[in-house]
Design a protein around this ligand. Structure first.
Ligand code: ZN
Length: 299
């Protein structure tokens, strides 16, 4: 019996030792990126899944409990999480992570956001004043954020500084090779016109030189209307739109309606890690998105 108890405690201690740090990621993509850098040195929690729209998350008690124990928080920023993150941070009252503090990474601070509005007017819908916050779909933005994560982890856990930087360097080298290969593979997509539900794929399209001819939403955050959709049938014809894309957490109905009217394929892109059965890693995310878009281009 004593032996069993001893083994039990060794396992327990071994576990706490392996997971020295707690990382709270707002979205699955940041959890996956943090894993590349921290590996077994951190217990990583993702506040949301690929089937949730991160604009609209409830400030649940479980999220407050998770962020309270976090040593590092990683989010997209640019107001993507403005509806819930400040609230759970306030309620958690953590001594380690605060708004504006060192242990809270907003990826948007470190990258050039696109689609910055020229004017801010409520009448334009749910506009993000700091630019488009769905920034993880440009793989170069992941490289920039990976470096920031390594720096922050080294600051929190200086003993393992070399480990974090080594992991970041390895990730950078491997991911870079893939980026170059993806760019060659996606050549046929350059210049293609598409329609999306919301502008949450813009960084992917911007990277691969795909043009957004229109959105199913008449304004950001406003669901499709029949008037707007019927106008889009014209947009599809005029711009030779090649496919209509939407995310796993969005209603398929407007895309399917427009597809039915125009004969242009409607596809669900994974959007983030876990967005479909083939997308288990950040590498899969880009591989699978490109495969799906190339397939949709085939007549
Ligand atoms: Zn958005």
């Amino acid at each position: 019996m004593k032996k069993i108890i001893f083994i039990f405690f060794s396992v327990l201690l071994g576990h706490t030792e392996a997971f020295a740090l707690n990382i709270f990621a707002c979205e699955p993509e940041w959890a996956a990126l943090a894993k590349e850098i921290a590996q077994d040195k951190a217990d990583i929690y993702s506040a949301t899944t690929a089937t949730q729209d991160v604009h609209f998350i409830q400030a649940r008690p479980s999220l407050i409990a998770q962020i309270r124990k976090a040593d590092l928080v990683i989010c997209s920023g640019a107001d993507l999480e403005v509806g819930w993150l400040p609230l759970i941070l306030r309620k958690a009252g953590s001594s380690k992570v605060q708004e504006g503090g060192d242990n809270l990474i907003y990826a948007s601070y470190y990258i050039d956001t696109i689609e910055k509005p020229v004017r801010i007017d409520r009448a334009d819908g749910d506009v993000h004043p700091d630019g488009n916050p769905h920034l993880h779909l440009n793989p170069y933005n992941l490289l920039k954020t990976a470096f920031v994560i390594a720096e922050k982890l080294a600051g929190i856990d200086p003993e393992n500084t070399a480990f974090y930087h080594e992991n970041e360097k390895t990730f950078r080298a491997v991911f870079w090779e893939h980026i170059k290969r993806w760019e060659r593979k996606a050549k046929a997509l350059n210049g293609a016109s598409v329609i999306t539900n919301h502008r949450n794929m813009s960084y992917l399209f911007d990277w691969l030189k795909i043009k957004t001819a229109g959105t199913l939403e008449p304004k950001p955050g406003i669901p499709a209307t029949s008037k707007h959709l019927s106008e889009l049938t014209e947009t599809v014809r005029k711009n030779n739109v090649r496919f209509i894309a939407y995310a796993p957490f969005e209603s398929p109905k407007p895309a399917q309606w427009l597809s039915g009217q125009t004969g242009v394929k409607a596809i669900v892109l994974p959007y983030t890690v876990g967005g479909n059965g083939q997308t288990k890693t950040l590498f899969d995310l880009f591989e699978n998105s490109i495969d799906l878009m190339l397939q949709a281009m085939e007549k």
